[in-house]
Write a protein of this length. Sequence first.
Length: 95
Amino acid sequence: MAIQLCSEDSKRALRLALGKQAPGAYPVGTRVEKTWEEEGDLTPLGTKGVVLGSAGPAPNGMLAYLVQWDTMPDCFVFVISAKIKELKWTTSGSV
């Protein structure tokens, strides 16, 4: 399950992870898409967003990303690396 951070929690999360990059993580600013979900996740598959920061890796090798989803611009979500993929730019310049 992802941890959704809104309002005051968002400010604390931003201070902890905003702009930080874990070794091997997608760079800050990378566009991502939700590709896997578990019961209880509030963000549906296919949702797109941008990486604001990252942390890890955990002992299992997973990274945690602070993501701002396009559909929830006022909330920031910590999501594990297994649930997202990087979106690549096309020749038309869109993702």
